[in-house]
Design a protein around this ligand. Structure first.
Ligand SMILES: C[S@@+](CC[C@H](N)C(=O)[O-])C[C@H]1O[C@@H](n2cnc3c(N)ncnc32)[C@H](O)[C@@H]1O
Length: 382
């Protein structure tokens, strides 16, 4: 495909997403119907679509309309590219610009940082002058991080092994287990190093959170919202005896394979009995507002009703998980949200009702170093 034909495909897919389709199924459908597209074409089209979703409102303003065409035109202008080289009408290129499309518009208010307008007042209250930085960070592509399996290899040695397998990576400046993949990230999960269990894809914020938890070798840990087990694996790498639980058993189906690859043991427990644990970790379901650069259509799908639902679920997760903590043990609550109503507010309400106190807290905003993430560590008052 020519570069212009890739933009034309992205315009069509963006229109489908604006019409209500989710991003991944829309991309998949286009791929299936476009046998002529090679893997580089598919990756390029995907990148344009995701850039368009990350910067949907600002690009639409710059491009003059909230449509696939307006967004793509706006992206080109924002990136300093010449739209007339793409909108040529030649072959499969988008048709040339109309007179009305010649002048660039200017985004205003929350649109300028591509944050949902209804959610902007909340972000301003939560983050004050930093609100623009928090929202703005979600407009860029996300860095790719992996977690070194330190039971098998050091981060430095892993970096060298990956280099020999054609994958560039750099040590993270502050998270000891993390490498940022700088070159050929698409090769990661097909690499020999991955098959050998030397690393797992995981954002640096999640790694920092697990490293910060008060865990001693041999401690029993319940990962109460284990999902696919990313945190369970990181907890096991800290020497904990990990039990993985999730309300949705199907989400945990890959944990045994992942644990075997990593050389660790994780008990998968769809149902919990009377056990107690030294630490219960609740990686609660949330808006994902700290990771919206990775899932940009989720940013535009969130509603105030859904946010209120999530806050109710978060409160019940903490309430239901707390009884599994041993006397003198630790309860930890985490989200990948940057919204106080899903983080400190949930924890404060729980502490007031249930005589727990916060002993440690970490609140990260999305940046080049990591995604947005929140962690609160609690102990029960005697
Ligand atoms: C943020 S995801 C967990 C991600 C996972 N810890 C990881 O590192 O890959 C939240 C998980 O909480 C689960 N969940 C939602 N409500 C729950 C509940 N009441 N009890 C336990 N798990 C719940 C969801 O099924 C989902 O898998």
């Amino acid at each position: 495909m020519t570069p212009a034909a890739r933009y034309a495909a992205a315009i069509t897919i963006l229109d489908e997403i604006l019409g209500g389709d989710a991003a991944e199924p829309a991309l998949l459908r286009w791929s299936r119907n476009s046998r002529f597209a090679g893997s580089k074409d598919r990756a390029a089209v995907r990148d344009i679509v995701f850039d368009g979703l990350r910067r949907k409102m600002s690009a639409a303003a710059v491009g003059g309309s909230l449509s696939g065409r307006g967004i793509v035109l706006g992206l080109l202008r924002q990136d300093g590219l010449d739209p007339s080289e793409v909108f040529t009408g030649i072959g499969h290129a988008p048709v040339p610009l109309a007179e009305s499309e010649q002048a660039a518009g200017t985004p205003e208010g929350p649109d300028a940082v591509d944050w949902p307008a209804w959610l902007w007042p909340m972000l301003e209250v939560d983050w004050g002058e930093k609100a623009t930085e928090v929202a703005g960070a979600q407009r860029d592509r996300a860095p790719v991080f992996i977690r070194t399996n330190t039971d098998m290899v050091t981060a430095q040695a892993l970096r060298n092994i990956l280099a020999n397998q054609g994958i560039g990576a750099e040590l993270h400046s502050s998270v000891s287990t993390a490498l940022e993949v700088t070159d050929n990230a698409r090769k990661l999960t097909n690499s020999e190093a991955f098959a050998d269990g030397l690393f797992e894809p995981q954002d640096a914020a999640s790694q920092a959170a697990v490293l910060r938890l008060p865990i001693n070798e041999g401690d029993t840990v319940l990962d109460y919202c284990a999902g696919g087990g990313g945190k369970s694996l990181a907890l096991a790498a800290r020497g904990a005896k990990v039990t993985a639980h999730d309300i949705d058993e199907r989400r945990m189906k890959d944990i045994p394979v992942r644990a075997e690859r990593a050389g660790v043991k994780i008990d998968v427990a769809p149902k919990l009995g009377n056990q107690n644990f030294d630490l219960v970790f609740c990686d609660a379901p949330c808006s994902g507002s700290g990771t919206w650069r990775r899932t940009p259509d989720a940013k535009w799908r969130l509603t105030d009703e859904r946010l209120a639902d999530l806050m109710r679920i978060q409160a019940s997760v903490l309430r239901n998980a707390a009884p599994f903590v041993k006397a003198g043990g630790t309860l930890a609550y985490a989200t990948c949200s940057v919204l106080t109503c899903e983080n400190r507010d949930v924890v404060n309400a729980f502490c007031e009702a249930e005589v727990w106190e916060v002993t440690d807290e970490m609140s990260l905003i999305p940046s080049a170093d990591w995604d947005g993430f929140y962690l609160s560590v609690l102990r029960k008052l005697p």
